[in-house]
Design a protein around this ligand. Sequence first.
Ligand code: SAH
Length: 220
Amino acid sequence: MYEEERRQLVHRLKRFGYVKSEKILQAMEKVPRHEFLPLEARSHAYVDSPIPIGLGQTISAPHMIGIMLEALDPQPGNKVLEIGAGSGYHAALMGELVRPNGKVYTVERLEALGLQARETINRLGFGDVVEVSIADGSAGLAEHAPYDRITVAAAAPAVPRPLEEQLADNGRLLVPVGDRGYQDLILVVRRGDHLERSELGGVVFVPLIGQHGYDNSPLP
Ligand code: SAH
C-alpha cells in the first residue's frame, strides 16, 4: 500500500535538496512510514508533516528525519543509539542503513509507545537490527557504549553529558538544544578527547524529559 505516495514524497525530498545520499533515499523508499502511525493517521503518512502518535508525542516530518540522517551519516556496521523511539520509524530507517552488521538501540520513556514501537519493528522485519528499550534515555544506555552514532529525537536544555561520554572516537552525536519552544540542532563530533560542536539550524521538538533533560515537567 501507498508505494506511489511514498515514492513521490522521497522524490520531493531529493528535489528540494533535503536528502542527497542515495542510500538514505533508498531507505526512505523502503521503510513504510504509514505502518508506524495510528490507523486514523495513515492516509497522511506521505505528507511532509509531523504527525501525532499519541500521548502528546509526534513523529517528525520526513524532511526533518532526512536532514537528521544526512547529518548523522550512519554507516553499515555502526552501533547507533537513539533517544526517543516514539513510533520506531526513525530507528527502522537507521536499522536499514547500518545493515548488515550494525545495530540500533533505541530508548523510549513512555512504555505504551515503546511497546508499540517494538511490535511494529518486529512485525516489519527490523527486529534483528533494532532493539527497543523502555527507560529514561537522557543518561544514554551505558551497557552497549560506546556508540558510533547517537541521535536524540527530543529537545534537551543542554547536550546531556552522558551522551558525550558514550560517543566513540570519530563518533557523531545529534541533539536539539534549547528551550521548550525552540531549539538549535547541535552536531557533536568526537576527535579523541576533543569534542567539536556545530549548529545546524533551528528546529522544534517535544521535550526530553528525565535526569539530563527537563525535570518536573507535567506528563503530556
Ligand atoms: N523518533 C521518533 C519520534 C520521537 S518523538 C519517531 O520516529 O517516531 C520524541 C520521543 O522522545 C517521544 O516519544 C518521547 O516520549 C520520547 N522521550 C522524551 N524524553 C525521553 C527520555 N528521557 N528518554 C527516552 N525517550 C524520551
